[in-house]
Design a protein around this ligand. Structure first.
Ligand code: MRU
Length: 365
């Protein structure tokens, strides 16, 4: 997708220096556009845990590049022990997005299978690039399948299709296209009038900062709303469709996504509004079947709630917004039970959020 009319992916190998991986620094958007360099596995861990990069698919791909950097910087005697240690380090950076485990396992297995090659790092880079490009293909496919939902609504209403989304499940959370936003971009490109209600998504404001920024850059009409507004809009028929992303979806269709997603699903169910979850196969966790009990929910630091970041006098600044002594709870994600999900939009098509529906599209799991 584009920033100031230039096409970007969110992560790439530096031109002319394949020892450096570069990412868009998402801590600075929308105030500044900066590139962040990653040269070691520890820097990849930092980028993921500090949310220089975030969003399930991008977390996974960054970790995959982290494993590549680990191979490049290998200076011990036992490759297997070294790989297992670094894989574990990467996997513990953020617990909820299963894409992280998926990508690290894929690359670790590949490294160990090819460990005697004298061009190992080149092979690993090729593999990581392929994994990255697969995510791009998957996002675009999600866009094509999701487009049919928007087309159906437009054919019926002949009016601007109003879509509500939460957090940033956009191209910044992926490599390109996004998951929840991919159908929106496809519809916009096709000339279907769409308008997006963007939940601000406290505490880190991924909606207000990132989703609004990327929709704006692509020229997609949108409005930022405080997190509690969605229910009101739904009661007044101002939302045709909800599309969100996912950090982990179980074999029976329970969906972990950014905190607050569950409340949107409840409001959508109460108002008979379709609630879809867009996700690539790397976000399924087929080992789990009870999302509420089994999915690990990340708790982040209190400062994210106690403080707010913005720009003043051309400088990014942080201010305290709560009483200094009040305790804070900062759960990063919640689980929306499958019964509240109208359907899952995947790279293989749209299915019901239940075991049978998912198995029809992904029979080998
Ligand atoms: O904490 P974040 O910003 O990594 O959370 C991101 C989300 O919850 C997204 O909705 C999810 O990763 C889907 S991304 C395509």
């Amino acid at each position: 997708m584009k920033i100031q009319d230039k096409h970007y992916h969110t992560i790439w190998v530096k031109e002319g220096d394949n020892r450096v991986v570069q990412v868009i620094d998402q801590r600075k958007i929308p105030f500044q556009f900066e590139i962040f360099d990653i040269e070691t596995v520890d820097e990849a861990c930092f980028a993921i845990s500090e949310m220089v990069v975030r969003g399930a698919p991008l977390i996974g791909v960054t970790a995959a590049f982290g494993m590549y950097l680990a191979v490049l910087n290998f200076d011990e005697t036992d490759l297997k022990t070294y790989i297992v240690r670094n894989a574990e380090k990467l996997k513990t950076t953020r617990p909820t997005a299963v894409n992280l485990d998926f990508a690290v396992d894929e690359i670790s297995n590949f490294i160990l299978k090819n460990k005697s090659s004298n061009i190992l790092s080149e092979l690993v880079l090729e593999k990581v690039e392929a994994l990255k490009m697969q995510e791009v293909i998957n996002s675009e496919k999600i866009g094509e399948y999701g487009l049919t939902l928007i087309e159906e609504i437009y054919a019926r209403t002949k009016q601007t299709v109003n879509i509500l989304t939460h957090c940033n499940a956009g191209w910044l959370a992926c490599i390109d296209w996004g998951t929840a936003t991919a159908p929106i971009y496809k519809a916009h490109l096709k000339g279907i009038p769409v308008h997006v209600w963007v939940d601000e998504t406290r505490p880190r404001n991924q909606g207000a900062r990132l989703t609004a920024f990327e929709l704006g850059e692509q020229g997609v009409p949108h409005t930022i709303i405080p997190d509690n507004t969605g229910g009101h809009l739904m009661q007044h028929e101002m939302v045709d469709l909800v599309i969100v992303g996912s950090d982990r979806t179980t074999a029976n269709g329970d969906v972990a996504n950014k905190i607050g997603t569950y409340l949107k699903a409840l409001a959508a169910a109460d108002n008979n509004i379709p609630f879809y979850v867009a996700l690539p196969s790397s976000t399924f966790d087929f080992t789990m079947s009870d999302g509420i009990r089994e999915i690990p929910i990340e708790q982040r630091n209190a400062a994210e709630v106690a403080e707010m970041e913005g720009i003043a006098n051309g400088k990014i600044q942080t201010v305290q917004i709560i009483p200094r002594k009040s305790p804070v709870a900062n759960y990063g994600f919640d689980v929306t039970p499958a019964r509240l999900v109208t359907g899952l939009i995947t790279e293989r098509g749209i299915c019901k959020a239940n075991k049978e529906g998912i198995l029809e599209l992904f029979p080998n799991n």
